[in-house]
Design a binder for this molecule. Structure first.
Ligand SMILES: Nc1ncnc2c1ncn2[C@@H]1O[C@H](COP(=O)(O)OP(=O)(O)O)[C@@H](O)[C@H]1O
Ligand SMILES: [Mg+2]
Length: 262
């Protein structure tokens, strides 16, 4: 058992993505182990989202490999990745605004089903029992993210910060082993960010593993076990928050970024 526990959930090896002449991700390797919270950081345009898109099969890699739970993902579709135990949220929020809050979470439990098919299938008696379990589970996840009291509201009426939490509840509904969060704190106020940190830590306590992109260094330093730093598509450093905080290459990459902004 000990050996199985130590197996990587995700192994990224020499992953590369070229968009025409742009080397968005170049020769990036790292692994994520069960129970870890791993952060991917780096200046804007460093390749973080592209990396997530390759891991979740939204984009094919130019070269290199991704293994999810030991299975090579090349040639798989995004819904296959969810079935393998990896789900994600998006940098630009993607929730179903024409559904209720709880329906949004329930769609996450049915990975690989399109929503029209899902809602017509729900009328069949054969799926009713399973649906009761899905409903219960969705409600439990909403309780976990503090949105249970809004379960039957239209998702469109939620404030932005709550929609971000809803997206995480939906990503968790598929019983994933690993959740990828692309800038989950973007647009949240400090109180909402603290709440999100609490939820992530609580979900990790319950056995979840996270890989997340985040700009807020304080958050990254406080919750990440391991940090992968990208700059211009290359992995320039990897290590604990303490290692990264003192790494001259990382400091240089961020100072460089600030100079561009100023
Ligand atoms: N679909 C695309 N087509 C062409 N270039 C892209 C595409 N997506 C991203 N890029 C480029 O790849 C680089 C990395 O982008 P991205 O992964 O979004 O960075 P990050 O998420 O770190 O800000 C950038 O130079 C960006 O302009
Ligand atoms: Mg991005």
């Amino acid at each position: 058992m000990a050996a199985t526990r130590d197996k990587a959930l995700l192994t990224v090896s020499h992953l590369t993505k070229k968009f025409g002449g742009v080397m968005a991700v170049h020769d990036v390797s790292f692994a994520v182990y069960p129970g870890q919270i791993v952060a991917v950081i780096g200046p804007n345009g460093a390749g973080k989202t592209t990396l997530f898109n390759m891991i979740t099969a939204v984009l094919p890699a130019t070269s290199g490999t991704v293994q999810a739970m030991g299975t090579e993902i090349t040639g798989k579709r995004p819904c296959d990745i969810a079935a393998l135990g990896i789900t994600r949220t998006f940098q630009n929020l993607q929730i179903f605004k024409n559904m209720t809050v709880i329906e949004n979470v329930m769609t996450g439990a049915h990975v690989g089903m399109n929503t029209n098919f899902l809602w017509s299938a729900l009328r069949l008696p054969s799926v009713k029992r399973e649906e009761a379990a899905t409903l219960e589970k969705a409600y439990r996840l909403l309780t976990q993210v503090g949105l249970a009291h809004l379960a039957y509201e239209s998702a469109a009426t939620l404030p932005y910060g709550s929609q971000r939490l809803l997206e995480i509840a939906r990503a968790a509904a598929a019983n994933p082993k690993l959740i990828l969060l692309d800038e989950p704190m973007a647009g949240l106020n400090p109180q909402e960010s603290r709440e999100l940190v609490r939820i992530i830590l609580q979900m990790r306590e319950a056995g979840m593993t996270f890989l997340f992109v985040e700009h807020d260094m304080e958050t990254v330093m406080s919750i990440a076990d391991n940090i992968v730093v990208l700059d211009f598509g290359e992995k320039i450093a990897e290590g604990t928050p303490k290692d990264i905080y003192n790494d001259p290459r990382v400091i240089a990459a961020y100072l460089g970024d600030e100079e561009v902004v100023v």
